[in-house]
Ligand binder design. Structure first.
Ligand code: LHQ
Length: 264
């Protein structure tokens, strides 16, 4: 039997998914897309999991689409249907990541290229090793940024940086990614695994529903007027204000004790 292309570990309430095709810098094959989606669905359905941590095995995080995968191979002299590959794999993958009912941390352990970079950047909190890098590799092979890159990049770093990164496709080191606001933090290589797990554990101990509603509200606010955003915040507080975790948070504050959140 072939080795799993996504390794799954559970550390307390943190579910760790480790992309596992190190010889190809974890480039995504059809089989791997299937395993990754199944692993994300499983984490979403597991009531015990309160945070997801995504990382890569070996010296890379993910080199994007595996360009040697049969899905990319032209048949009968026809060009491969690249758009169909994007619709079949990348659109649902990004939608799944951004709608996950738990917070998502990404530990970018090495190069993140093409769709691999954008998958990392869709996560809620992105930490990168100092030796890691981000490459919008698409233009080099005659494509536009996909896996949500055209939507995400200008929102993270503004139009000027987004276009520079996407058109030139330069390797952006982890420290520069932090400086530009593309990611949360760049940390020393030796500290990455521990720091990412510590952040994931902190998130896992926080009120999951409030964190997920925060992600969704911040994303939705891009399309809203301030007036509508204020109304949306009131609607969400109305819902969350009836939750166990709100009552627990306030009770713990009053009693000067650590809260125990459990809603999901
Ligand atoms: C790879 C790959 C790879 C296969 C490294 N595939 N083997 C969506 C849908 C449909 C179509 C197209 O695209 C998309 C979205 C995308 O993701 S498009 C972008 C696809 N990715 C790329 O264009 C990146 C290609 N890779 C690279 O440019 C380099 O490998 C980087 C800069 C990531 C790393 O460079 P190095 O550190 O010098 O490593 P390397 O190039 O020697 O790679 C190591 C091995 O990994 C090597 O295999 P080998 O057998 O020679 O040791 C590469 O062939 C393999 N590999 N990326 N995407």
């Amino acid at each position: 039997m072939s080795e799993a292309t996504v390794l799954i570990e559970q550390t307390g309430t943190v579910r760790i998914l480790r992309l596992n095709r190190p010889a190809a810098l974890n480039a995504l094959t059809t089989a791997m897309h299937g395993e990754l989606m199944a692993a994300l669905n499983d984490a979403a359905d597991d009531p015990h999991t309160r945070c997801l941590l995504l990382t890569g095995n070996g010296r890379g995080f993910c080199a994007g689409q595996d360009l040697a995968d049969p899905a990319m191979t032209a048949t009968d002299g026809q060009a491969a249907d690249v758009g169909a590959v994007v619709l079949r794999f990348y659109k649902p993958l990004v939608q799944r990541l951004r709608s996950l009912p738990v917070p998502v941390v990404c530990a970018v352990n090495g190069v993140a290229a093409g769709a691999g970079a954008n998958i990392a950047l869709h996560c809620d909190i992105v930490l990168a090793a100092r030796s890691a890098s981000f490459i919008q590799a698409f233009a080099k092979i005659g494509l536009v940024p996909d896996a949500g890159g055209t939507w995400l990049l200008p929102r993270l770093v503004g139009r000027a940086q987004a276009i520079g990164l996407a058109m030139l496709g330069d390797k952006l080191p982890g420290a520069d990614a932090e400086r530009l606001g593309l990611i949360w933090r760049c940390v020393d290589d030796a500290a990455l695994a521990d720091e990412a797990l510590a952040v994931a554990q902190r998130l896992a101990d926080l009120p999951t529903r409030a964190l997920v509603e925060t992600r969704l509200a911040i994303d939705a606010s891009q399309q809203l007027s301030m007036d509508d955003a204020l109304s949306e915040e009131a609607r969400l507080q109305g819902q969350l204000g009836r939750s166990h975790d709100f009552r627990e948070g306030v009770a713990a504050f009053s009693a000067k004790r650590k809260p125990v959140f459990k809603d999901r």
